[in-house]
Design a protein around this ligand. Structure first.
Ligand SMILES: Nc1ncnc2c1ncn2[C@@H]1O[C@H](COP(=O)(O)OP(=O)(O)OP(=O)(O)O)[C@@H](O)[C@H]1O
Ligand SMILES: [Mg+2]
Length: 218
């Protein structure tokens, strides 16, 4: 199986008033081009940092990151933004952060498709388990329903990968299960998903687990 991402001796530092602080140190792992990969580890272990680096939001300080075999570290800001738009969908922890509040459910799916230059939004509300909500404002949906819609918007972008940061951590267990089922179905459709999480249920469903501790592989 070809690798989607390869990280080789990746270091990430954040600038702070007292000097650079290491967040990730000498991390090497691969993410296969299919299945659910979970970055697991306690708070502060570097999960979100690595997700932001793989999402081409933040740059690593040293080491190598490849996406589909191409070294994306040295690319210009403009080139990285184009790859982000064409290839990557992100889902964050807080459901409202993933959606446009003044648009309807259908409007959010359309906007997501357009933001990636895709033609049409798929009719996937049944698939997401929120049938009949196309004309609803997103604020009328529960947190769990919003998070399922967020994954629907990710799918509407027809991405090469979905990166999700703690996608179930703000949900009760029943809502979290429905979100996990949507993630399973995305993966079954052939979309690789990389999630940062300490949710044991999500880790149990993973095809690959990368365990981190204090910025290093555990
Ligand atoms: N913007 C920042 N500036 C300085 N240090 C940061 C910044 N963001 C993260 N860090 C530090 O980097 C380390 C890794 O943080 P990160 O957010 O990646 O961890 P995490 O595993 O996602 O934790 P959590 O489970 O709490 O979300 C921590 O020590 C954190 O304090
Ligand atoms: Mg985090």
């Amino acid at each position: 199986m070809a690798e989607l991402f390869t990280l080789t001796s990746v270091h990430v530092e954040y600038p702070t008033p007292t000097g650079p602080v290491p967040a990730v140190e000498d991390v090497t792992f691969e993410v296969p081009a299919a299945g659910l990969t979970v970055l697991a580890g306690p708070s502060g272990s570097g999960k979100s940092t690595l997700l932001r680096v793989m999402g081409l939001i933040d740059r690593h300080t040293s080491g190598t990151l490849t996406l589909d075999g191409a070294d994306v570290g040295p690319l210009s800001h403009r080139r990285r933004r184009a790859i982000r738009r064409d290839r990557i969908a992100m889902v964050f922890q807080s459901p409202p952060d993933n959606l446009i509040g003044h648009l309807t459910v259908g409007g959010n799916l359309r906007a997501a498709a357009q933001s990636a230059g895709r033609g049409g939004a798929p009719d996937i509300l049944d698939w997401l388990g929120i049938p009949g909500t196309k004309c609803w404002k997103v604020s009328a949906l529960s947190g769990g329903q919003q998070q399922r819609l967020a994954f629907g918007c990710a799918l509407a972008r027809e991405p090469g990968v979905v990166l999700a940061d703690e996608p179930t951590s703000q949900l009760d267990s029943a809502s979290a299960h429905l979100v996990l089922d949507v993630i399973d179905r995305l993966v079954a459709r052939g979309v690789p998903v990389v999630a940062a999480s300490h949710d044991d249920e999500l880790i149990d469903r993973a095809d690959h687990v990368v365990r981190l501790h204090e910025g290093r592989l555990a």
